[in-house]
Design a protein around this ligand. Sequence first.
Ligand code: PLP
Length: 285
Amino acid sequence: MDQIAYVNGSFVPLTEAKVSVLDRGFLFADGIYEVAAVLEGKLIDNASHLARLERSVGEIGLALPETVERIQEIQRELIARNHLVNGMVYLQATRGADSGRDFAFPKDVKPTLVMFTSVKDIVGAESAKTGIAVITVPDLRWVRRDIKSVALLAQVLAKQAAAEAGAGEAWMIEDGKVTEGGSSSAFILTKDDVLVTRQNSTAILPGCTRKAVVALAEERQLRVEERPFTVEEALAAKEAFVTSATVFVQAVVTIDGKPVANGKPGPMTDRLREIYIDFAKATAQ
Ligand code: PLP
């Protein structure tokens, strides 16, 4: 059965879903995206993703063509039309297609809104049991990483380097400290049982899963420090893990080929993963 996508007001087969070559998302990466997980047919932490979408479009002066309430209805309709049980809904809004290629914002051009779904067994993923290898790369991104922009070339190169090295993620390094993963937030658990993750700023994307995991950990009296950490600190840590909408909580077992602790997923990571999955199921909509 053909997958169904949403393009500017219409539900169409994914293979026929098209936007103009003049679309500013294509020409300038002038657009914003979001990815929300789906478990058992329901959206996970979607209010957080839609709030970040509104913030991101606000930061670049892009008016969404639909209300967030309507966007959520479309997300749900896509889940239903695609009979999606477990996976994700991707959405992208761009500044639309003008009649040429002028850098400045076009006038009277309707923004483009595109959505599609994909299947993924996030809870049952094999990598959740084994953990993943991480490599480190320089952080080559621009200075407004808090905006979830579709300009992802630095992450494409970072994640390609990871794939070529047989790793599951690349941690990006700036001024000797880890900023975050190519598509995930980075955490360590120190020898003193302190959970450390970089504080939100323009240097990283404010991860929705990161936010939920920090809150869930604090509710359970775990000490959390929001500050940058080095790779050396991560290698000396008890545990390391990444979070994102498409992996939830996933152990990091090696960094640049060197093991984190005994090179196996740690008990706190496994516990936080269970806690996050319980939260996700309990709040799914
Ligand atoms: N950091 C970056 C650079 C990302 O691209 C992502 C997700 O794509 C994340 C962090 C994790 O964010 P979230 O938990 O909202 O998926």
